[in-house]
Design a protein around this ligand. Structure first.
Ligand code: URA
Length: 345
C-alpha cells in the first residue's frame, strides 16, 4: 500500500513517518552516527547491543534507501543512519531525525575523505575539530563566460588577449575590476561580465562542537594511537570531482589551482569530503538543539595521488565507528524542555 503524506511543508505519513528516512518518533535515539554507506552502517552496528534484553536491533530501510539502525552502545541508546553522499542527503538526515527526536541531539558524521596535506596521511582518522568550510562550483561563472563569448565589446574591454575570460594558462582571470554585472545586463556595452567572478565559492568556516570533538579525538587516539589521529579543518565540496580539485580533459572545470588556493588560505585544512559542512551549519542553526562534529578515514592522499587499498577500509571503519560511538555515548545532552514537548504533542 502506498503511504499518503500530509503537509507539503514537512511531509509525514499517517503514522508520522518522515518522507525520505521513513522513521517516526520512538525509532531513533538522540545520539546519531551518520555514515556514508549501508555496508558501513551494518558493519558498525555489530558494535551495538539490542535496545532491550532479548530484543533485536531496530532496523528500518526507507523507500529512498536510508537505513536506520537503533540499539545501545555501552548501555546508551544510539542510532546509526546511512546518509549516502553530499549535502542534500545530509539535509534529509539532520532535519528528518530532528523531527522525530525530542530533546537535545548529538550527531557525528563518520565518512571517508581525501587527505589534503601533511600531517594527514592514508588511513589516518581525521577529526574536524577546527570546523568546516564549503567549496561550491559557481555555475554562473560559466554562464557569464558564455555571455562574454557572445559579446564582442566585452572581449575588447576584457583586455583583448583572452576571448573567454580565462588567462593563457587556463586559469580564470578573476579578481579584477568591478563587481559582476547583474546577469540581465551582461550583454550591454561595458567591462566583461566575468569581472570579479570566481569559478568556486569558498564559505567562511562553521565551527564544530568543541567538547564533542575533544572527546572524539581522545576516543580515536585510544583506539588507533595518537599518531594516527589528526585534527584540523575539513572542506565539504559539492562534487567529488570539480570542487575537490580533481582534473580531467572532459570538462572545463577551471580548477587547476583550487587545492593550492585552499591550503594557502587555510593552512589547517586537512580533508576534503562532501557532508560535514552541512551538518555543522544545520547544528549551529538548530537553536542549540544539535551538537555535531565529524571524523573521516583518509581514503585518498591528494598530495601523493595514492588511493587506499579497499581491503583496509573495514578495520578503519570499525575503529572510527568505535571512537564516534564512544564520543556520542559520552556527550551530555539536555532533556526536552516543556516547550519542546508541548510543540511535539
Ligand atoms: N570522499 C571524498 O569526498 N573525497 C575523497 O577524496 C575521498 C572520499
Amino acid at each position: 500500500l502506498k503511504p499518503i503524506y500530509r503537509d507539503a511543508n514537512f511531509p509525514t505519513d499517517a503514522q508520522g513517518r518522515t518522507y525520505h528516512l521513513g522513521t517516526r518518533e520512538g525509532e531513533v535515539a538522540p545520539r546519531i552516527l551518520s555514515v556514508g554507506t549501508v555496508t558501513r552502517a551494518q558493519l558498525v552496528a555489530t558494535l551495538l547491543q539490542p535496545p532491550a534484553p532479548g530484543r533485536q536491533l531496530f532496523q528500518r530501510v526507507s523507500s529512498r534507501g536510508f537505513h536506520t539502525i537503533t540499539g545501545r552502545f555501552e548501555g546508551v541508546p544510539v542510532s546509526i543512519v546511512s546518509t549516502h553522499m553530499g549535502m542534500p542527503n545530509m539535509d534529509f538526515v539532520v532535519r528528518e531525525n530532528r523531527a522525530v527526536v525530542r530533546g537535545q541531539m548529538a550527531i557525528v558524521r563518520l565518512g571517508t575523505c581525501g587527505a589534503v596535506q601533511h600531517p594527514a596521511k592514508l588511513g589516518d582518522l581525521l577529526v574536524a575539530s577546527h570546523g568546516s568550510i564549503a567549496v561550491r562550483r559557481d555555475a554562473d561563472y560559466w554562464s557569464l563566460l558564455e555571455r562574454d563569448e557572445h559579446q564582442p565589446s566585452a572581449r575588447t574591454a576584457n583586455g583583448g588577449g583572452s576571448s573567454n575570460g580565462h588567462t593563457a594558462n587556463g586559469h580564470a582571470a578573476n579578481g579584477h575590476g568591478p563587481a559582476p554585472a547583474a546577469p540581465d545586463v551582461c550583454f550591454v556595452e561595458g567591462p566583461s561580465a566575468l569581472a570579479g567572478r570566481r569559478p568556486y565559492s569558498v564559505s567562511l568556516p562553521v565551527r564544530s562542537d568543541p567538547y564533542l570533538a575533544s572527546i572524539l579525538v581522545e576516543a580515536a587516539a585510544a583506539v588507533v594511537g595518537p599518531g594516527r589521529v589528526v585534527q584540523g579543518l575539513t572542506a565539504s565540496a559539492d562534487s567529488f570531482y570539480s570542487s575537490q580539485g580533481r582534473t580531467g580533459p572532459e570538462f572545463d572545470d577551471a580548477n587547476e589551482g583550487l587545492l593550492g588556493a585552499l591550503t594557502k588560505a587555510h593552512p589547517d585544512l586537512m580533508s576534503l569530503e562532501m557532508e560535514t559542512f552541512h551538518l555543522m551549519d544545520l547544528a549551529r542553526c538548530s537553536k542549540g538543539s544539535i551538537r555535531a562534529t565529524g571524523i573521516c578515514v583518509a581514503l585518498a592522499e591528494r598530495y601523493s595521488n595514492e588511493f587506499m587499498e579497499y581491503s583496509k577500509l573495514p578495520a578503519l571503519e570499525l575503529a572510527g565507528g568505535t571512537a564516534a560511538l564512544r564520543a556520542l555515548a559520552g556527550v551530555p545532552l539536555r532533556e526536552a524542555t516543556g516547550e519542546e514537548l508541548a510543540a511535539a504533542a
